[in-house]
Design a protein. Structure first.
Length: 287
């Protein structure tokens, strides 16, 4: 299936299940991913909707519900699109949301022991804190591989099986089978300063506390305001990249508004490789 079709299907799901307007546009209504107190946010949000060309339901949906639905819809999109690249990134992949703890994965399994030790020793907990185990919005894990599959080209033949005894990719090396954490996706239907900060704190936890390779760490959002996107996207050393659910449409909407400062900020993030469209995500996960 073409990436354009998968992206279109993603938008259809978002429009059907998540996106709402409090009132029709002609009555000065605003979509629920816009800030109703910001004229520019409302303008850009309606511009995105106009360019996607799908009908918007008028009604209400709680913010927490919208966020949960956005996570599930994005998880489904990631699985559907990334599975089209099995020939590039083969593997037995796991896609989960709704709070799967990172301690379930090879690179972070030691955190469960740390949390248990801190719970039992109040002095240590006071000194080192807690909350080492985060539960990302979406995780992508890869199952370890059996030796029969790894040895398809004979790499473990000729006495080699006694080597490579510590890599977690070999299922036979793991007494308790755990997936390798391949990717972490933080989903934010909208962005406020506190949400951007919370995401960065979670990312630093993933970076500092791993044993093994770092998973892909990205964020996906529908936020229409370039300045709020910049609060999460700008800078390096934490998130790999921020992905917008409709970046092409947002760029067109901002261009049409003739707000040059906002357009310059958006283009800077794109050219600086800090902001990409949701269609880029599966290809980056395969890199």
């Amino acid at each position: 299936m073409h990436i354009a079709d998968i992206r279109r299907s993603y938008h259809q799901k978002v429009f059907a299940d998540i996106l709402r307007a409090n009132k029709p546009r002609e009555e000065k209504g605003y979509p629920n991913f816009a800030d109703g107190n910001s004229t520019l946010s409302v303008l850009y949000a309606w511009g995105i909707i106009e360019r996607i060309g799908l009908p918007v339901t008028v009604g209400q949906i709680p913010g927490q519900t919208a966020g949960s639905l956005f996570e599930k819809t994005t998880r489904d999109y990631a699985e559907r699109s990334f599975s089209q690249l099995q020939h590039i990134r083969p593997g037995d992949w796991q896609y989960e949301c709704m709070g799967t703890a990172i301690s379930n994965f090879v690179q972070y399994e030691h955190l469960a022991e740390i949390e248990a030790a801190l719970t039992e020793n109040r002095a240590l907990k006071a000194a080192f804190g807690s909350n080492y185990i985060v539960s990302p919005d979406i995780i992508i894990g890869r199952a370890p591989v059996e030796d029969d599959e790894l040895n398809r080209n004979g790499i473990l033949d000729g006495g080699s099986a006694e080597y490579a005894r510590h890599t977690p990719l070999r299922a036979s090396n793991q007494p308790v089978r755990r997936h390798l954490l391949h990717g972490v996706i933080s989903c934010k239907w909208t962005l406020r300063n506190d949400r951007a900060q919370n995401t960065k704190i979670e990312v630093l936890n993933l970076i500092r506390n791993r044993k093994g390779h770092l998973p892909h760490i990205v964020a996906v959002t529908a936020e229409p305001m370039p300045s709020r996107l910049a609060a999460l996207a700008l800078g390096t050393g934490d998130l790999d990249c921020v992905y917008h659910f409709a970046l092409n449409e947002l760029l067109d909407a901002v261009r049409a508004s003739n707000h040059l400062d906002a357009l310059d900020l958006l283009e800077m993030m794109v050219e600086g490789k800090r902001l990409r469209d949701i269609s880029d995500l599966p290809f980056d996960l395969a890199a």
